[in-house]
Each structure stands twice: as C-alpha cells, then as structure tokens.
Design a protein around this ligand. Sequence first.
Ligand code: GLU
Ligand code: MG
Length: 637
Amino acid sequence: MGLLSQGSPLSWEETKRHADHVRRHGILQFLHIYHAVKERHKDVLKWGDEVEYILVAFDHQNKKVRVVLKGEEVVEALQERGERKNPNHPTLWKPEYGSYMIEGTPGQPYGGTMSEFNTVEDNMRKRRQEASSLLKENEAICTITSFPRLGCPGFTLPEYKPTPVEEGASKSLFFPDEAINKHPRFSTLTRNIRHRRGEKVVINVPIFKDKNTPFPFIETFPQDDEAAQAAQPNHIYMDAMGFGMGNCCLQVTFQACSISEARYLYDQLATICPIVMALSASSPFYRGYISDIDCRWGVISASVDDRTREERGLEPLKNNSYRISKSRYDSIDSYLSKCGEKYNDIDLTKDKEIYERLLKEGIDPLLAQHIAHLFIRDPLTLFEEKIHLDDANESDHFENIQSTNWQTMRFKPPPPNSDIGWRVEFRPMEVQLTDFENSAYVVFVVLLTRVILSYKLDFLIPLSKVDENMKVAQKRDAVLHGLFYFRKDICKGGTAVVDGCSTPQNGTETDTEEFTLMSIDTIINGKEGVFPGLIPILNSYLENMEVDVDTRCSILNYLKLIKKRASGELMTAARWMREFVAKHPGYKQDSVITDEINYSLLWECNKIANELRECPELLGSGFKKAKYSGSKTGTSS
Ligand code: GLU
Ligand code: MG
C-alpha cells in the first residue's frame, strides 16, 4: 500500500516539523519528473493487477477460524524463492497492512495483446498455489475482502489482547497492535494518523436489523471515554486503522501511451469506479456483526481519516490551514483532462503556493490543481535517514504524499530515470473469492479501457454526481436496487477526445439532460432506447478483434459473469455471504457472526476458492477454465 522506506521512523511531532520540507521537495521531485518525461509518448499498453490476501488458520475441532500473524515471513519466503532467485519469476509479493495479509502481482506486467487476457487467471492460480505451499495443513490464503470477526476477542493466531494505551499504535479496544505488519511504516502510519487527528479514528457502520437484533442496538464502552462518545446507536463501532486497511482489494494499473492518454483514462475510469465497486461488493460483516453495507470503502476511508477537528469543520480554524471535506482515502476530487474541466464541480481545497509554483513552471491549471490538492496533506511517516534527498534522482517525498492519498483513481507519474511510462491505477474493487472472478473483473476493466480509447467514449458527468454514486454503491444490494447517475450518450465525441475535447462546448453549464439515473443492469447490459450497455459495446469491440478461440472463450466467460452479476442472475459475494449466514443453523437472526458461523463461512469460501465445491449462485455454471497449465502464456497461441 505504498512506499516502504527502511530506517528509523519519526514521531508525529517530528514528522510535522518536516512537513513543509517534504512538500517543498516533493514538488521539486515532481517537477523534475514532469519536465523530463512530459513529452514521452508511444509507450505501449502494459498493465497489471494486484490481489490482496489474508492468511487464516482453521481449528476444525473447535470450529474456529483465525487470522494468522505471519504475513511478513510468508512474503519473505515467497520473495526468496521467487523474485530474488529469478528476475523473470512469474509472481511478485509484497507486505500489506495486516500482519495476516500479503499482496501478490504478476512478475512482469501484461502487454497489449489479446492473448494476455488468457494468462491472468493462470497467474492468479499460480500465486494462490505458491503462497498455499508455504502454509500448514490447516492454514489457507483467502481472497476475502473483510474478515468477518476482525477485532473480535481472540481473532488472531497467536492470540493477543488489544492494549488500548496511548503509547501503542492504534490504542484500540479491539485490534491489537500485533495484528499490524511489523514493517515500521505500518504502525507509524497508524500512530501518526491518530496523533495528527488528535483522537482515535472513528468508524460507525450501520447494523443490519434482523428479527432478533436488539433495537436500538447499543454497545457501551464504559472503560473508554473516546469510544463511549464516538460509538453511535444502531451502528457497529470500530476504532482502528486495521479495521479498514486490514481489508483486501483488487486493483489494476495501466501504462498509457502518453500523459494525455493517462489523464483521459483517469477521468473516464473515475466515473466507472462506483459501478464496478457495487458489482464487486463483498464485505457485509464487521467486528462479528452483520452490517447494512456491502462494501469496505467508507470503512477504510474513516479508518485513516487523519483530519483534525478544525479540518473537519467541528471547530474554527486556528492551528490548521484548511477545512478539508474528505478523508485521505476517498473518491477523486477533480478531473484531469480538458474534457473533464467543465464537470469539475467539487470545491477543491488546494495549497495555493504550490499551485502558483506549478503554474509558473508551465504546468497547466488542471494538473497543477490536482497536485496542489494532494499536497494539502501532511506526510504521515518519515524516516530519519530519508529527510535529505537528491531531488533530481529520487522521488520519495513526492511519493510520500502521493501514496497516502488513497483515492478511487491514482495518476502515477513515472519513477525518476526509469523506462516506465505514465500510469493510472483503478482502486475501488473489492477482492473476489476465486481467481476466476478476480480475473473476470480485471479483464473487464482492462477491456473497458481499450474500448474507451478505440471508440473515444465519453462517460463524464459532474464529479459531484460520481460522489453521490459512490455513496449508493456501498449500500446493501446496490447492484440490484441502486440507481446511479450515468451519461446517456457516451458516443457523442467521435474525434480526438484524448488531446482535445470533443464534447460540444455550448456554454460552460452542464446540461442536465446529459446524464440520468440508471440501474447497474442498464449500465452494464444496456436497455433498449435508454443506453447501449457496456457489455454489448465490449462484445462488438471483440467481434472486430483478432482473438484466438481459447482466449475468446475465456473473455466471454468473464463478461458473462459480469453481465449476470449486473442483472442479478448471479449474486455478489456480499449477497451470497448474507444468505449463507442467514441459513446457518447457528444463526439466531440477531446480526451476530459467531465463531462457528465464521468458521463455516470461511471454510466454504476456501473450498470454493480451491475448486473443491461449486457455487452456481455466485459463479454460474459451465464456465470453468482448465487448471493452471504451468506456463505464463497458458494455452493461448
Ligand atoms: N487494502 C486497501 C483497500 O482495500 C488498499 C491498500 C493499497 O492501496 O494497496 O482498498
Ligand atoms: Mg495493496
């Protein structure tokens, strides 16, 4: 989840003293990169996915499942066997926030040919196998977005009690610091967020009200003043970064051919974020309770919300410079392309000095305001050995701020002195239980970028409407019942959308007729006379492409999954998990996920992920791919 520097981490007070230094040099570093590579073009499409995993241990005798705190050693062993032995090793592994988490990516990025789509699932299987081979018999790696009993007593192995003391990282009543990855970045981030904010983070998720759920649902925390004040009635209360950043997601990064293509894709995909997030919904349970939301987004957002009371608008500004309307983890606040400009209707807080400086350096206002907005944030971690850097050849200070702005999309300048191009990252998706589903979502998004570019599609709507969509997307069963603002005529453009702006500029006002409320089914599958549908557009694109039979078959299966999730014919993981729990003999209709229910659910998920059990409600039937074939290119020609 970002830059992993080594060294001695500074306290919040010390980091704060260097905040202006980090920002100043971060901007210098950005300028060096920008001026060196702004003209770069003709980079080819490359892309890659990131899958986050949790490690669990099953106790079959006592019907319990716990997260295992050994992500660090598993990553170390995976790197040792893999990338360090062989630079062409097909997988890469990285630590993640939880000490029970790991993150895997393909060893090399995928390229632009269609047959690459046929290798994604093989590579994901290979990752699952590699990591599984290092585990004990009762242990497993799961691609489950949120561990249902995270933060419940004894949820880790080895077991640790939380220590809600000021000296700790989280000061949580529920989440022990030992469950945070041992790399100092993670606990320092946790502590410094809390110290910057001036209090513990507050996460309140509405509880799902079942027949026997107490009403009002009230938890009391007499031993903790902060919690007693922060916990809301009828909500599941959580108080630590781990409840959010300890969740798993599925991300995709693309290299664009030029900076303007990257900016165009960034904008177009931003509008797709809430739609795909709702389609990927898979996190209905928190701290041992059934919630009334299906997605992790708001939980992570609150879990790293480092804004002070002044910045949140609860007190008049005195020590801080701005009111800030969102957490560092949230949806994007401005479009970057020329076409996006007229839809930038969110009030953008920016560092004025930085903005002016960037303009003076010849950066256009849209990019300048984007960077100046990211740079309203303070650095959250700083290592003593990494304060003074060579701005022409290093980018740690830029990355420090950039990589702790966890937004739906990320616009990524190339690292200094590398042959990597301008990239964008698509970040909202929840991770799915199986490699098949994860491949399907990834391939869907990558194909979408191909049609956006080939057909010059235009999905832009006012950004405030995208924000409204983000809220709807997280609701229970949003995929079935949610209505989302979406652009009606996406083919209006036609010419040179990437560098110029194709939409007619008749006045600056956006025409309310340009977009309307649609269901996910309409957006994805289309509706006669209303909207053509993304899948039909992808299908027509595919018809015109040369694709080998095997790859075509895989892609069609992936699109079929997305299509059926959108229509409701197949369930999202969130819906499936809700129904599994509702039918569990141990469930008392009281919104409680007991140890036993959690065990049954995760055991079932593990069987599905390892193809030991079919799950037609979730996956459909008849579109399974042959098992991992052993070579990166699989069976494609
Ligand atoms: N795990 C985080 C999520 O679910 C993302 C962390 C990262 O940026 O890698 O969104
Ligand atoms: Mg990650």
